[in-house]
Design a binder for this molecule. Structure first.
Ligand SMILES: Nc1ncnc2c1ncn2[C@@H]1O[C@H](COP(=O)(O)OP(=O)(O)O)[C@@H](O)[C@H]1O
Ligand SMILES: [Mg+2]
Length: 232
């Protein structure tokens, strides 16, 4: 009972209220987000599906503070981010989110270990602590044995697991993933999704855009976007 009450009263980590994002003006305006209300809680996963152009990436970008709402509110841990100065948004983004993209976005000539360490931007993190943390994460994604390999020599699935480790190196509260398995075969995709499951078990919130209905089914919550609105 107590746990239930705590659950109900718990402030969502991320909360959109009537959020809109419009590109362009006048008759050419595109309402990529058109009044979205959404809550994301710690230790829960949310899958976002919808046709191409429906507004999934826009929603993910707004959630990750890579973009800002044109109207409505976006609260992180109860704090309204609307109208925050860019410097504060940068700091909040770095402290809160890890990003995983479909195309990995890794630097081919770096080693696996260097790629993961690159995810840490804070200069006050001790070099030795960062090295250990990156090594632990590579162990967790099953790539400890490839630590010194160049990224260019990895398979797609291995690259995405490096990208996941890089996204986790700052210990983010939220992992945002835009079609993270879109370039992977089924077996390799399953490995990445298993890693996500474990991350969520450790209290991280996961928001993932996916084309795959089966992947969406695995998540705790699932919404479909249509024309910038939540359809289901
Ligand atoms: N930077 C932008 N400038 C203009 N229009 C954009 C921009 N980003 C997205 N859009 C438009 O917003 C709509 C939603 O795009 P997006 O969020 O990328 O959809 P999805 O990820 O679901 O394919 C599309 O019509 C797209 O063309
Ligand atoms: Mg997209």
């Amino acid at each position: 009972m107590t746990a239930d009450i705590a659950q109900i009263s718990a402030e969502p980590l991320l909360r959109l209220r009537g959020a809109c994002r419009t590109f362009g003006t006048g008759p050419a305006a595109v309402h990529a987000m058109n009044g979205i209300d959404l809550s994301v809680h710690r230790g829960a996963s949310l899958a976002i599906t919808g046709r191409s152009g429906s507004g999934k990436s826009t929603l993910l970008n707004v959630l990750g503070l890579l973009d800002t709402v044109s109207a409505g509110q976006y609260l992180i841990d109860g704090t309204d981010t609307t109208g925050m100065p860019a410097r504060d948004l940068d700091a909040l983004r770095a402290a809160t989110f890890g990003f995983v993209f479909q195309a990995f976005h890794l630097v081919p000539y770096l080693t696996v270990q260097e790629s993961v360490e690159m995810g840490a931007t804070y200069r006050h993190v001790r070099r030795s602590a960062l090295r250990t943390r990156a090594a632990d994460l590579l162990d967790a994604v099953g790539l400890a044995h490839r630590r010194d390999a160049r990224v260019a020599t990895l398979s797609g699935g291995e690259k995405q697991r490096v990208a996941v480790a890089r996204a986790l190196v700052r210990n983010p509260a939220v992992l945002l993933a835009d079609e993270p398995t879109g370039n992977l075969d089924e077996a390799t995709a399953a490995q990445v999704l298993d890693i996500f499951d474990r991350v969520v078990t450790h209290g991280v919130a996961l928001v993932m855009v996916t084309h795959d209905p089966q992947t969406a089914e695995r998540a705790d919550h699932h919404i479909t976007i249509r024309d910038g609105r939540i359809a289901a």
